[in-house]
Design a protein around this ligand. Structure first.
Ligand code: TYD
Length: 150
């Protein structure tokens, strides 16, 4: 997979941080920090060392991923360009758009990934077949860097 992320990525969303001597608090609000209506929240945890997750795309679903504890790496590919991010702050979200293939790796011990998503679970909405993804991606055109010449 070719190439380089723009920095800072428009996909990284800094969330509010409210801290005082008792500790810190972060939050998301529908259609504010989360740029879509929220239909579902799920979280991933107890990932064994060396395991990978994701390796799929979505037809319509928007997601905001937050490492609420620990850290993980995520690689994004839209059929044209690749971006890699490390999420390791409970106040930093990654907006994952439909049509982008994502793979999550390097989960730290104790990592908890919160995923805030735009629709109820629907297996038919996943693209898990990589060849099918490549065909859809070619038809969609660039998503990660839409202005970049092909
Ligand atoms: P999957 O989306 O493949 O996980 P990941 O993207 O982390 O690799 O989901 C794993 C399993 O959990 C799969 O059998 C579908 C099921 N699942 C639900 O039943 N409901 C949900 O909301 C989600 C996200 C997954």
């Amino acid at each position: 997979m070719p190439n380089t992320p723009p920095t800072p990525s428009p996909r990284i969303i800094q969330l509010p941080r409210i801290y005082d001597p008792r500790g810190s608090l972060s939050l998301v609000e529908e259609c504010r920090q989360v740029p879509f209506p929220i239909a579902r929240v799920y979280w991933i945890y107890d990932v064994p060392a060396g395991e990978e997750r994701g390796a799929h795309s979505h037809r319509e679903l928007h997601q905001l991923l937050v490492a609420v504890a620990g850290s993980f790496d995520i690689e994004l590919f839209d059929g044209f360009s690749t971006e890699r991010h490390t999420l390791n702050r409970p106040f930093t979200g990654l907006h994952l758009q439909p049509g982008v293939w994502s793979k999550m790796t390097n989960f730290s011990s104790g990592c908890v990934v919160m995923s805030i998503v735009s629709a109820p679970y629907d297996e038919a909405e996943y693209i898990r077949d990589y060849e099918e993804f490549l065909q859809i991606a070619a038809a969609n055109g660039p998503i990660l860097n839409p202005a970049k010449p092909q």
